[in-house]
Design a protein around this ligand. Sequence first.
Ligand code: DUC
Ligand code: ZN
Ligand code: ZN
Ligand code: ZN
Length: 467
Amino acid sequence: MKLIKGGTVVGPTGAIPGDVLVVGEKISAVFAPGEGPQEGDFEVVDATGKYVIPGGVDAHTHMELPFGGTFASDTFDTGTKAAAFGGTTTIIDFAVQRTGEVVQDGLAAWHAKAAGNCHVDYAFHQILGGVDDESLKAMDQLVTDEGITSFKLFMAYPGVFYSDDGQILRAMQKARDNGAMIMMHAENGPAIDVLVKQALERGETDPIHHGRTRPEALEAEATSRAIWLASVAADCPLYIVHLSAGKALEQVAAARDLGRNVFAETCPQYLYLTLEDQLGAPGFEGAKWVCSTPLRSKHETHRADLWKGLRSNDLSVVSTDHCPFCFKDQKELGIGDFSKIPNGIGGVEHRVDLLYQGVVDGKLSLARWVETIATTPARMFGLFPRKGVIAPGSDADIVLYDPSARTRISVETHHMNMDHSAWEGYEIDGKVDTVISRGTVIVSGDTYHGRAGHGQFVRRGLSDYLL
Ligand code: DUC
Ligand code: ZN
Ligand code: ZN
Ligand code: ZN
């Protein structure tokens, strides 16, 4: 037993001083200060001056993702340890069905990568690399038997993961029937491919042309098209991933104002980083900021729009889209051709901190911080109330957050398996202090007490947000 004593417990409804009793792997009770057990066989964890928040739920990571002839550089071991250091106690990674592969084989390969290697609990979404009779049948089986209740489709990347509108509609109809969520990479891939080809023909090969060939209009158009297709599929629940552009957000907001079953996430990189970070980098180094959807210009209103969307709940979740590649030998694959730079930024370690800086800066309330990084992702993806909340019966996944300490992000100190950081030098007025995963303290200060294999696979239920 543990009594987490003297802190301020923060949840989506607010912040209240309280003591949290943990018995085994579960939260047993939350007491008003001093009203819990006074003595007995328990360890006291001093939370004086700290926020006591549910462990972060990162609903979008890619450990070991195959991409453009290489693999994301974090394994489930290194990536979930980095997550733990950053206050994230559950990740939802994307199992991949490669085009032509049996869905269940892709899933089995993902279980094989993760099993026994994770430091925090994990669940899976399933990427569908093709929609046909077999994969549609597999969707039912995954929902019913495997605890996988969300499926990602791509409107981008023709020839790789891409689904056309007819395939998307069929998958949405299936999701409408079995209660699953469709997650959409909403960028118009065929149009982007034309722009990429034209840019390369003009000799525009530098990293900056990645973003310039993925304009806002093509994210907004695909977002709108996905929303309309979902309406044709009798309002299949739709979740737009890694939303980066103000005009894409407008599409989501308009649908939500009509009462549509449409949700979206954004990621810390879109809230803070810009195309100008990339432009300012010497030589090929701009490749460090190549991700899809791309970073947007600071001279437009995207970042302000996204923060506002988080406040208004038009953006429900902040995930990282953690997709790390080293600069050396990985990002470098795109020297002379930006389209060969593997797309992704690593950030699984920094999400809780970076969003807390939004609280300090007056852009988010404390309650909304916790809601967007823990409670809503848990509810969105069928992990609630086991995850995402400090309440009796929930898993004792708890973070003590110290608002009086500071974090400085650097490749020298991060735990992700990356040789650079897109966040190098960022400073945050707050710090993850202690991390408890299912009742076990796995991080205290800068000391690690966890182990690979502690993290367990979690079967998910259907989304709480299903209509
Ligand atoms: N989409 C993702 O969600 N992650 C990495 C690359 C991509 O296109
Ligand atoms: Zn994507
Ligand atoms: Zn609205
Ligand atoms: Zn992703």
